[in-house]
Design a protein around this ligand. Structure first.
Ligand code: NIG
Ligand code: FE
Length: 392
């Protein structure tokens, strides 16, 4: 297999503290070699072995491709009018999901596929090389399972979110909907899904419903993740930790107990800066989470209602500016933090044996991701060793 060497890297973020400086394991004047899908060598440029092909990065920064552990890409239509109304003072509420459900049900498979492809190309262009996507805008057996069947052709990280909200036709019978989600819909969706998620919050599902939904999924071999405490402090974090969920997502409203629970658990706190930004909500107390010892990830939450962005650099900039993460912490959370939230060990780091998922920036260091907000800094992205974006 041909070996490709990236040489003349100004700063290389490895996310392995034993290889370089700080938690990010930064090596200056570095080189990296990959063969096929895997990284085979990382270190100072002066020590790099010979490779078949050499790409000179002229002092640019290189970091692991971003790992987006939370996105909702299976939908049709948009909700720009709802966003505009919100910016004029209307509050965000879970019920808005139902308008995307109506548009998604009305869409053809080809339209869903086309929208997905468009969004995935955007994700790759911002440097995301691993992404999760959820169902949750179909809410019938057929619509949820087709969303997951389509999604599973493009990512292994698929999440069954039949429990996004109770659809209008079950408004008078939420228990009947939970029954559908935990039986017939689960049976149809489980073959296409790796994860099960539930929106445990005001206007969606309560703690007991969330427990029952996650339990049913786990019994079918799915792993749990939870939308927790976006709209108010509630049982979401407790449920996530109790069920050994890989991740509790949003964490916008946290009690002291929630923070202690997360810090003492295997559950990653996944923060979604785009959601607070686009719903004009308070930001979660990321500093307290980090200082307590919780593992923190950052994800886009790309969806047409609360966070219609595919840009991880944007999320990093907001996390730094408004959630008080340092640039190093934000970059870690968007790479290795995301990998932890997906319980993946092969991505989120640039070390020997890891996947060759690599982002080269048109900047001398990763700090520029937050320092130059709104600027497209992507020079080139490799996904499993294959160039996705041609150098610019
Ligand atoms: O993660 N909170 C629940 N789900 C999405 C929002 C969905 C929508 O508004 O369409 C979220 O923010
Ligand atoms: Fe979400």
């Amino acid at each position: 297999m041909a070996a490709t060497a990236l040489v003349n890297i100004g700063t290389l973020v490895t996310n392995d503290a034993t290889l370089g400086n700080g938690t990010l394991g930064v090596i200056e004047n570095a080189a990296l070699i990959f063969e096929g899908e895997q990284i085979t060598w990382v270190g100072p440029a002066t020590e790099a072995p010979i490779a078949d092909q050499r790409i000179d990065l002229a002092g640019r920064a290189v970091l692991p491709g971003f790992v987006d552990s939370h996105a909702h890409l299976m939908f049709a239509g948009d909700r720009s009018a709802e966003f505009a109304a919100r910016m004029a003072g209307s509050p965000y509420h879970a019920g808005g999901i139902r308008s995307t459900v109506a548009m998604t049900r009305a869409a053809s498979d080809a339209q869903l596929q086309e929208n997905l492809t468009r969004l995935v190309n955007e994700l790759y262009s911002t440097g995301i090389t691993t992404f999760e996507t959820k169902s949750g805008y179909g809410l019938t057996v057929a619509d949820e399972s087709r969303a997951l069947a389509i999604a599973s052709t493009i990512t292994p990280e698929t999440t069954y979110l039949g429990a996004h909200v109770v659809p209008a036709e079950f408004a008078d019978d939420p228990a009947g909907y939970v029954d559908l989600v935990t039986h017939e819909m689960l049976t149809a969706c489980a073959p296409h899904a790796k994860w099960i998620d539930v929106f445990c919050d005001r206007g969606a599902f309560d703690g007991d419903q969330a427990r029952a939904i996650l339990r049913a999924g786990i019994d079918q071999g799915l792993m749990a993740r939870v939308h927790a405490n976006q709209l108010q402090a509630g049982p979401g974090i407790q449920v996530a930790v109790e069920m050994n969920a890989a991740s509790a997502d949003h964490c916008t409203h946290l009690t002291d107990t929630d923070i202690e629970l997360l810090a003492g658990s295997n559950t990653v706190a996944t923060l979604l800066p785009g959601a607070e930004f686009a719903t004009r909500s308070p930001y979660p107390d990321a500093r307290r989470l980090l200082d307590a010892g919780a593992t923190v990830a950052i994800a886009t939450d790309c969806n047409p209602g609360s966070s219609y962005t595919t840009s991880m650099p944007f999320c990093i900039a907001v996390a730094v500016r408004d959630m008080h993460l340092t640039p190093d912490e934000a970059v870690w959370s968007a790479t290795l933090g995301g990998a932890r939230a997906l319980r993946r060990t092969d991505v989120g780091r640039l070390t020997v044996g890891a996947r060759a998922d690599i982002l080269a920036l048109n900047a001398p260091s990763h700090v520029h991701l937050a320092y130059r907000p709104g600027v497209d800094l992507t020079h080139q992205v490799w996904v499993g060793g294959r160039a996705h974006r041609v150098a610019s």
